[in-house]
Design a binder for this molecule. Sequence first.
Ligand code: F0G
Length: 488
Amino acid sequence: MEKNQKKGTVKFFSGKQIPLEMHKVRIVQSLKLVPVDRRLEAIDEAGYNSFLLGTKDIFLDMLTDSGTNAMSDEQLSKMFVADDAYAGSQSFVRFQKGVSDVFGKSLILPVHQGRAAENIISQTFVKKGSIVPMNYHFTTTLAHIQINGGQVVELFTPEAMKIKSDHPFKGNIDVQRLEELIKKNGPENIPFIRMEASTNLIGGQPFSMENFQDVRKVADKYKIMVVLDASLIGENAYFIYKREKEYMDKSIGYILKKMCDLSDLVYFSGRKVSSSRGGAICTNNKDLFNKMKDLVPLYEGFLTYGGISIREIEAMTVGLYETLDEDVVGQSPSFINYAVQELDKLGLPVIMPGGALGCHVDAGQFLSHIPQSEYPAGALVAAFYIISGIRGMERGTLSSIRDEKGADILADIELMRLAFPRRVFTLSQVEYLIDRLNWLYHNRNLVGGLIFVEEPPVLRFFTGRLEAIGNWPEKLVKKFKADFGDSL
Ligand code: F0G
């Protein structure tokens, strides 16, 4: 059994709990904070949609960690020794070995990013009438399952929707409801059970190994396949290591392998899991592999490059090995935890405990005067950008869809996500975030709602355009200037 060699945090004489960077910065990108008047103009030009802002107007880009994590010197150097070839590249052989060493799966289909894996898995296994139970959906997962005629059923526990909780595993699936669902609908209509590591849309909350083992038991009983979305697996493993008693003396590598052993198919977005690009579907089951294999050359590229450059495959391989290091996978969670604790002390509504990926602010409480139909989370993202230059992402009703009658399907929770890409931001930048968000909280009554003016039918949050209801953005800027004077 693999035990962990090193463990523990650096303690401070002052007693303060400050996360300490276990890396140094060797390449930098300079940032600009454009004046508040320009930020107001920019968000208006972007249709109050943070996806449509240009980075020239952004100070701290906390939209996502996808493809924006810092790469290591090892990753960058390996990109220069890539074996460029359309077919049979040795870089791919190294990638296969990396996946096998880290995830314990030997059959690998490379894809250009996570949703491409979802396309292939859904096209292969989901049919009209299929039901796919999961701990929680991700936007692109849901879209792919629905496009293939399937339906998603989320079986999260009541704890998952509590904003302030001390439950260590809010990403758990309700195993009892899972079994009831299978009995009611018949296992033949359930192509697979999907577990998402560090459930993205409900605050980056992990599931426990115990819960996953229970899922496996149910799956075995009814002979249903288990699919693991491993895009944030490193962080989920880190939380198991930190929070689940049985695993506190095990290594991250041991935990990762165990999670993958419990899964028939593992897929991931390399953009998240290994600070690079790309993605893959991995299994040890030849039949499953063969069912999906032909779709890779059709949609992605040949079986040894999967639509991404060979250089990125090299970086992905190194990134996978780096996932075994607790300092690497723990960096973002420890910074998030710091931000969440500080914001909570100030009385701001944030998802607790801190999870993976980002700090999640409860826009439902923050802007409780804005009805869900006027997109409070979208309004919070826009307002926060205006007063700070920090770009977050809406994860609420605006990221949802409409029902057959055209009414918004209201999100379970309205969140502003402030992503903490791995090893990108410094603690003083986090202090700035806390300061500006606190100011906004004190001035929250100035913020109003949003309304769509251009609404695409699919994944509307990416490119949809909105307008502010009333002239609240101007009023907010006026108050900002009154309080901060000539400060940016
Ligand atoms: N699954 C999960 C859990 C994800 O978080 C993502 C992407 C995907 C699948 C799709 O991967 O982007 O490589 O196609 N999440 C990004 C985010 C987009 O910002 O949270 P992709």
